[in-house]
Design a protein around this ligand. Structure first.
Ligand code: NAD
Length: 346
């Protein structure tokens, strides 16, 4: 616990988050987050679970993502606005909070735009560790926006991917991504089409943003044995894969009541069989069954991943000192004298 006074809440700003990521190292932090998320998926039953609470508009969505393990409560505020990018704004921004269940007092407030990109990539790579074909070396990365480099580096750090094939409808995004990945040790190949990008890839990540039922991948593009990491389809009416792909894939999800509404599987019958990823990790369900199977991680992002990321962040505060105390909780010495405290401040 970095803060002794309960009215002061440690706050991690964007600036301090960036310093913290550099202090730990991007790849070590992605590995740490993947391990933290995996450990929390292993104790799945201990968490309160609910689909996130979404407020939709024509252009985007604003969501609250709460969970608790009985000792600590957490939530994230996050938006998804694909049209933001054209206005010079982020598609996804976020912040989050942890609180002590015993007192209800907040114990951490943090920026989560960067932390979400890290935790999403860590979750993707953690899922691929269980589902992708053994010995995978090459990943196609379709959609080269804000999340892209994080995905590439997580697959390098966690799955041993050495080669990334990039594609985006906007060549400037691909050029930006290739530039940012130079010097990371990854071999990066910019491609002119999605068909070109998937050549020789054992893993295909789709992380595009468009508020529509897009077909970034069609069935004829998917060879046997490929693992698909579908990240960008995460909202009603916002998908990336042609339904034919779903019908021939073994589909793995985070939390079915949320994914059935938001994921690629919104395109399927509500009773179409899917496997919960935590069950694979816990040894209660099979992951990939054979080398020829097409596997799909239908990622939408679930509250437990944010809880894991925030808990990990909190564990790093004392040693790094990378936070400031926020005077966030009105906490008079006499708990019943809230008004007296206000009067004395005059
Ligand atoms: P971004 O706007 O920064 O980048 C999206 C990129 O996709 C852009 O470069 C755009 O040109 C490209 N694109 C759009 N349509 C395309 C197409 N048909 N083919 C190829 N490229 C295309 O967005 P971002 O922050 O990188 O997020 C990407 C997606 O990931 C969003 O849809 C977001 O909602 C989603 N997301 C999911 C999770 C999760 O946990 N599953 C977490 C964070 C973000």
């Amino acid at each position: 616990m970095p803060t002794e006074k309960l009215n002061l809440v440690p706050f991690v700003s964007v600036d301090r988050m960036m310093k913290l990521v550099h202090r730990i190292g991007v790849e070590p932090m992605l590995r740490d987050l993947a391990a933290a998320i995996e450990a929390d998926f292993l104790r799945w039953a201990q968490f309160d679970k609910t689909p996130r609470i979404a407020s939709h508009s024509d252009v985007g969505v604003i969501e609250l993502m709460p969970t608790s393990d009985g000792r600590t409560y957490g939530f994230k505020y996050v938006n998804g606005h694909p049209s933001n990018m054209k206005r010079g704004l982020q598609t996804v921004t976020a912040f989050g909070l942890l609180a002590d269940v015993e007192t209800g007092y907040p114990v951490l407030l943090s920026e989560m735009t960067i932390l979400t990109a890290l935790r999403t990539a860590a979750t993707s790579a953690m899922a691929a560790k269980w589902l992708a074909p053994a010995g995978s070396t090459t990943m196609a990365l379709i959609g080269n926006g804000a999340q892209a480099e994080f995905q590439a580096l997580a697959f390098k750090a966690v799955c041993g991917i050495t080669h990334i094939r990039l594609y985006d409808i906007d060549p400037a995004a691909t050029a930006k991504c290739a530039r940012n990945l130079a010097g990371t040790g990854l071999t990066v190949t910019p491609c002119r089409t999605a068909e070109d990008a998937i050549l020789g890839a054992q893993i295909i990540t789709t992380v595009t943003a468009d508020k529509t039922n897009a077909t970034i991948l069609t069935d004829n593009m998917i060879g046997s044995g490929v693992h698909i990491n579908g990240v960008g389809g995460d909202c009603p009416g916002k998908t990336e894969l042609h339904p034919d792909i779903l019908h021939r894939s073994a589909i793995f999800v985070e939390y079915p009541p949320q994914t059935r509404v938001e994921g690629e599987i919104q395109q399927l019958d509500p009773d179409h069989a899917v496997t919960e990823l935590w069950e694979v990790i816990a040894g209660r369900a099979k992951g990939r069954s054979d080398a020829a199977q097409v596997t799909l991680f239908d990622s939408v992002g679930f509250a437990i991943e944010d809880f894991s990321a925030l808990t990990y962040l909190r564990s790093k505060l004392a040693e790094t000192g990378l936070y400031e105390d926020l005077d966030m909780i009105a906490d008079p010495d006499d708990p019943r004298d809230l008004f007296g405290m206000l009067l004395r401040a005059a």
